[in-house]
Design a protein around this ligand. Structure first.
Ligand SMILES: [Zn+2]
Ligand SMILES: [Zn+2]
Ligand SMILES: [Zn+2]
Ligand SMILES: [Zn+2]
Length: 149
């Protein structure tokens, strides 16, 4: 990391990050350049690295407002199944990639989600029943608690 404050910070006047609402975006700006994307989001580098926006879309980066656009490969390929904005309670991964496991216990009130790895590793209460959501619009499938005798 370069030392902060040695140079005037680069910023993108009037451009707001669709991930964290920072305005203006400072540092590198990432913008969606996917064909037919109606959102045309802009992201700051932190949000881009955290897989915010649409990770299967192709983005371009702009280091300063005067820079030439550099096109980047999509962060995830189009076939990747992921659950936007869902955070894994076990490992903190967001979005959850692959199947999503949601705790169906009343006490957890739908706030607990696990990724495949964390579910299999026995994260969260193994006595709680979970629902499996294979992809974002799939029906929930009720599963038995993992430590069910
Ligand atoms: Zn941001
Ligand atoms: Zn897009
Ligand atoms: Zn996880
Ligand atoms: Zn639970």
């Amino acid at each position: 990391m370069a030392s902060r404050g040695s140079k005037r910070e680069v910023y993108h006047p009037g451009i707001r990050c669709d991930g964290c609402s920072e305005e203006p975006i400072t540092g590198t700006r990432y913008l969606c350049k996917d064909d037919g994307c109606e959102l045309s989001e802009s992201l700051c580098s932190e949000c881009y690295e955290a897989n915010k926006g649409v990770p299967t879309h192709m983005y371009a980066k702009l280091e300063t407002p005067m820079s030439i656009l550099t096109f980047l490969p999509p962060r995830m390929d189009k076939e990747t199944v992921y659950h936007p904005q869902i955070v894994c309670t076990g490992c903190g991964a967001t979005p959850i990639v692959g199947p999503r496991y949601q705790c169906a216990s009343k006490t957890c009130a739908d706030h607990v989600n696990l990724c495949e790895e964390c579910y299999q590793a026995g994260q969260h209460a193994t006595s709680h029943p979970f629902s499996l959501i294979a992809e974002p619009h799939a029906f929930k499938v009720a599963l038995n608690p993992r430590d069910d005798p």
